[in-house]
Write a protein that binds this ligand. Structure first.
Ligand code: PMP
Length: 347
């Protein structure tokens, strides 16, 4: 236990008026239908345990994505789903392959479950090259698409090449941010028995506080996840979470409006950061990854904090001069740009 190095989530300070652009939450509230469904569920039935299989939620997810309910494994946030997937599939004699720049929780799960891992370097533009993953002995592959914290996406054809090059192990594609502009691998599930796609409702459905995520894959993979879950917690999803998540899936219009608003703001923020002299990686997510030559990123994050704006900085090799900035409301994006203009007057 002393050697375990836990994941450190972005801070959640209780400072009024703070512009919080550090944890990739959605700046818009959840669908009013989801909030109403949660209130309704709170009025009825909380004295009873929830359905251990979260059947209604599985069905809602399946119908949204055109798959079978038996191909869906929901969990308490996608972090929990990822943890179960690492436990179920990656405890192998061979290492699990992943990019050196990616969601840092993957490494934490490997330490927790004593899974060997091999980091494959992203290129100098911080892009994943799937050709690197071919022909290597692997006990599994995990990538985020779009990747975190870069926001860069791979096309579906690249994901398919990856699946074909590693047919004997589970390839986990974490699509936490896919709704903001990348292609989902969900349509490949029927053809690839080794594909597991993981989604969350924390980002594009504005439900980070509810804790709902899921994995989608062929039935044999879902059965393995169910065994792990049922050896751990019968009821990871409470009644409120299931009611809210089902209603969020049903409110398709709200989902479209809010995700398009985030995408529009992201593209505007990108242009404005360019004008201030930032390098900004092309993003398919609800955040941008940017650096400003001549200004230390940790220092810039600290100065922004003094202006009441939180962004994320990672003290990690290769990316320690970048800031990850979540896309906020129009007002929050304006506040960010105003603060940056003050801090970078020479630009
Ligand atoms: N995957 C990636 C790539 C993420 O950035 C996050 C959010 N930190 C998650 C998964 C976990 O999201 P959640 O547990 O809220 O579903």
């Amino acid at each position: 236990m002393r050697e375990l190095v836990p994941y450190i989530p972005g801070e959640q300070p209780r400072i009024p008026g703070l512009v919080k652009l550090n944890t990739n939450e959605n700046p818009y509230p959840p669908s009013p239908r989801a909030v109403a469904a949660i209130a309704e569920a709170a009025r009825e039935g909380l004295q009873l345990y929830p359905d251990p299989e979260s059947t209604l939620l599985r069905e809602a997810i399946a119908s949204c994505h055109g798959i079978d309910a038996g191909q869906v494994f929901p969990g308490n946030g996608s972090d929990e789903v990822l943890a179960h997937a690492f436990f179920a599939f990656f405890q192998q004699a061979r290492p699990v392959l992943m990019p050196d720049v990616t969601y840092s929780f993957y490494r934490v799960y490997c330490r927790l479950y004593d899974i060997q891992l091999q980091l494959l370097a992203v290129d100098s533009a911080l892009q994943i090259d799937v050709a690197n993953y071919a022909g290597r002995p692997a006990g599994g592959v995990v990538i985020a698409n779009p990747n975190a914290p870069t926001g860069s996406a791979l096309p579906l054809a690249a994901i398919e090449r990856l699946l074909q090059s590693q047919p004997d192990c589970v390839v986990l594609v974490d699509e936490a941010y896919v709704d903001f502009g990348a292609q989902s691998a969900m349509p490949l599930i029927g053809r690839y028995p080794n594909l597991l796609v993981v989604h969350t409702l924390s980002k594009s459905r504005s439900l980070a506080g509810l804790r709902v995520g899921f994995a989608a894959g062929q039935r044999h993979l879902i059965e393995a996840l169910e065994r792990v879950k049922n050896s751990f917690n019968s009821y990871p999803l409470d009644r409120l979470a299931v009611a809210g998540a089902v209603a969020a899936y049903e409110d398709r219009d709200y989902f479209e409006q809010t995700r398009q608003a985030v995408v529009r703001s992201r593209d505007e923020v990108t242009v404005q950061l360019w004008r201030l002299g930032f390098d900004v990686l092309p993003s398919s997510a609800n955040f941008v990854f940017a650096r400003r030559a001549g200004h230390d990123a940790a220092e810039l994050a600290a100065r922004l904090r003094e202006h009441g704006i939180l962004v994320r900085h990672f003290r990690q090799p290769r990316i320690d001069q970048y800031l990850r900035i979540s896309i906020g409301t129009t007002a929050q994006c304006d506040a960010l740009m105003q603060a940056l203009r003050l801090l970078l007057p020479a630009a």
